[in-house]
Structures are given as structure tokens and as C-alpha cells.
Design a protein around this ligand. Structure first.
Ligand SMILES: [Zn+2]
Length: 148
């Protein structure tokens, strides 16, 4: 029997600040919070916040796009958050790089994304936990090694 979710959000329901932060790893919380604040102050709801190919991705419902200053302000904030995510450990917030798990035992920084599977941006200790030991929970990854 298929059960319907009674309180399922509409597909384009805006994310609260906390929901947006919880959508990605805790190491990116500050990046998401800053981006959400800028979007919110511009009146542009955040619809999606996720990790894709090791980077933060944020989708908004844009408002008045004739307001050039607002478009540039919000656009720059989203761009900055996404750019910084590429060099910030998603687990703990320390400086990070893009990794994959092709070898499953010796993570190595990627030069390009090309053939990588499970690409993540992590610091060295978190990458070791994630790829070397197979931990996938954020608390397991960041809790033992990092202060983040
Ligand atoms: Zn880390």
C-alpha cells in the first residue's frame, strides 16, 4: 500500500535557513547561511541547496531581475558560496580539496573531475575517514579528527 505524505512540501517550496544548512555537510554551514541571508534580504527564496560533484549548488526563485544592483549582489553571493565550497571541507569546514574514491584506500587530489565517482570536497583527515575507512555520516567523519 502506498502511503501519501501528508505534509510533503511543494516542489518549489522555499527552504528555511535551517533546512538549507541541513541540506549539505556541516562544514559548509557558514557558506550556506551567508548565501541564504543575502538571498532572503533580497526577497529571493532559496529553493534548492545541495552538493553536486563536490561543490555547493544553490537555486533561487528570482524576483525583479530589472534591479541590476540586486541581481549582482545576490549573484555574487551565490557565486562566492559555490566557489568557496570547492576549497572548504564539507564535513568540518577546514581548507579542503576535491577527492574521489577510485582507489578506495589512498585518496588523491583530482586534477580534473573526469571519471571520478563520489566526488567530495574534504580536508585530508576527513577524506581519509570518508574514503579510507568508509564512513559516510558527517559526525563520524568530522568528529574524530577535526575541530571544525
Ligand atoms: Zn574536514
Amino acid at each position: 500500500m502506498i502511503q501519501q505524505r501528508q505534509h510533503a512540501p511543494a516542489p518549489d517550496a522555499p527552504l528555511s535557513r535551517d533546512e538549507a544548512i541541513a541540506s549539505v555537510g556541516p562544514g559548509w554551514a557558514r557558506l550556506v547561511a551567508n548565501a541564504w541571508d543575502v538571498a532572503h534580504s533580497a526577497g529571493w527564496p532559496v529553493l534548492t541547496c545541495k552538493e553536486k560533484f563536490g561543490r555547493l549548488v544553490i537555486y533561487l526563485r528570482s524576483g525583479d531581475i530589472t534591479d541590476t544592483h540586486r541581481v549582482q549582489t545576490v549573484g555574487r553571493a551565490m557565486f562566492d558560496a559555490e566557489e568557496h565550497s570547492a576549497e572548504t571541507c564539507e564535513a568540518c569546514g577546514a581548507p579542503g580539496v576535491l577527492w574521489n574514491d577510485v582507489t578506495h584506500d589512498a585518496p588523491e587530489p583530482l586534477v580534473g573531475v573526469s571519471h571520478a565517482r563520489w566526488v567530495k570536497t574534504l580536508c585530508v583527515p576527513c577524506a581519509w575517514r570518508y574514503y579510507g575507512e568508509g564512513d559516510r555520516g558527517w559526525d563520524d567523519i568530522a568528529g574524530r579528527w577535526c575541530v571544525g
